[in-house]
Write a protein that binds this ligand. Structure first.
Ligand code: FAD
Length: 397
């Protein structure tokens, strides 16, 4: 297919290796980690040994320096088998702030342990009153001598109870001229006094992934732990999301591919009315439409990753379009796949039922579906720099 045809031999080999790992290793953990809401440390370690963790981190900081598309192929293959377990790849979530905005010392200290599977990172932006509205955060970091004192509550933080490093967005200016001004990003290490994390249980999906409320109570960090520029935290974070939304589009392509394949095989084997389910025209049409949408979504995801690799920067409009469309298509495909399973999809702990629960997060985290649409619209209007803009001189460039 076209999307895969742009892959180099090396990229095909990465994809193949990731598929083999997920198919061989994930079934040992999938049901239990989902039921027990347990993060699979053993699986994460093994994946790190094989080089699947932190692949995009440059070689000088312990990673492999692979491109965005390279690492997203692993995301796709892992999510094809199980979304909850595939969240072992999110153990470096937050490291993008260090890589893009951190100084040399910070990169040398924090990136190698993350790339080698020896430490886990988390990114703390969301607060109870401020999810989509990042500028509404209340957490504050007050400069006292050579330190910053952080106070605030963050919610829904992936890896919150298992992280070694907490990348935190907080207000450094209590009276900014604009509400998205005066924010800064900090790195807080796990053992810092005043940091408390509480696991949030009973999630609908991706239950193998750790999610927590993280409270900062007079948490003191040295001024050296400021990441990037004081006051630029909001802008840094928007750029961060432009980067991390591309893998979410691949999460969607992966889970949709997995669900499609399961449903296709099920329909070939299931007998109804003394015929194979797949022999019915209505089933064939369903599968044909699922596959059509999947291929269209895949092209958009690959395009977003390709452009970031080519230009060194993600295109916000294209990225938002990919995350929105792939997320929407994944919901539809997983829903139809479960329909093909009938009651057997609704009952029990099988993969298709988990996918039905796991897929829901893709239209919520890292920018809800509505927020992605807004970014696409703002890009069209030239309010955000994007190749989608109709205000540019060469709109189809
Ligand atoms: C499992 C999980 C893991 C997560 N991991 C992390 C993490 O690691 N770090 C982190 O910081 N956060 C994390 N989040 C938080 C996640 O990013 C937010 O839940 C998300 O941004 C939405 O924010 P909210 O839940 O406050 O919803 P709200 O912002 O309250 O939105 C509620 C509804 O209103 C809509 N809405 C909001 N604003 C507008 C608007 N302007 N126009 C139209 N509609 C609008 C939304 O689209 C949504 O449908 C995670 C969440 C979950 C569930």
């Amino acid at each position: 297919m076209l999307a895969e045809s742009i892959l180099t031999e090396e990229q095909k080999a990465i994809k193949e290796a990731a598929r083999e790992f997920a198919e061989n290793e994930f079934p040992k953990f999938a049901e239990e980690c989902d039921r027990e809401e347990r993060f699979p440390f053993e699986l994460w370690k093994k994946a790190a040994e094989l080089g699947f963790i932190g692949m995009s981190i440059p070689e000088e900081y312990g990673g492999q320096g692979l491109g965005v598309l390279d690492s997203c192929l692993v995301v796709e293959e892992f999510w094809r088998v199980d979304g909850g377990l595939a969240m072992i790849l999110a153990t470096t979530f937050g490291s993008e702030q260090i890589l893009m905005f951190g100084n040399e010392e910070q990169k040398k200290k924090y990136l190698p342990p993350l790339a080698k599977g020896k430490a886990i990172c988390c990114a703390c932006y969301t607060e109870p009153q401020a999810g989509s509205d990042v500028a509404g955060i209340k957490a504050k970091a007050e400069k006292v001598g050579d330190e910053y004192v952080i106070n605030g509550t963050k919610i829904f933080i992936t890896n919150g109870t298992i992280a070694d490093y907490y990348v935190v967005l907080a207000r450094t200016d209590p009276n900014p001229a604009k509400r998205h001004h005066g924010m800064s990003v900090f790195l807080v290490e796990k053992e810092t006094p005043g940091l408390q994390a509480k696991k949030l249980k009973n999630k609908l999906g991706i239950r193998a992934s750790d999610t927590a409320e993280v409270v900062f109570k007079n948490v003191r960090v040295p001024k050296e732990n400021l990441i990037g520029v004081e006051g630029q935290g909001f802008y840094q974070t928007m750029i961060f999301f432009n980067v991390t939304r591309i893998p979410v589009a691949f999460q969607a392509v992966g889970i949709a591919t997995g669900a499609f394949e399961l449903a296709f095989n099920y329909a070939k084997n299931r007998e109804v009315f003394e015929q194979k389910l797949i022999d019915f025209q209505v089933t064939q049409e369903k599968l044909a439409l699922m596959r059509t949408e999947l291929e269209a979504a895949k092209l958009l995801a690959y395009q977003a990753a390709y452009f970031q690799d080519k230009t060194g920067m993600p295109d916000p409009g294209l990225t938002a379009m990919a995350k929105y469309y792939c997320g929407k298509v994944a919901q539809q495909i997983v829903n139809e796949a479960l329909q093909i399973y009938g009651g057997y999809g609704f009952m029990g702990d099988q993969a298709i039922s988990r996918m039905y629960r796991d897929v829901r997060i893709l239209e919520i985290y890292e920018g809800t579906r509505e927020i992605e649409v807004e970014i696409v619209a703002r890009s069209l209007l030239g309010k955000i720099p994007s190749r989608l803009s109709y205000v540019r001189k060469h709109p189809f460039g």
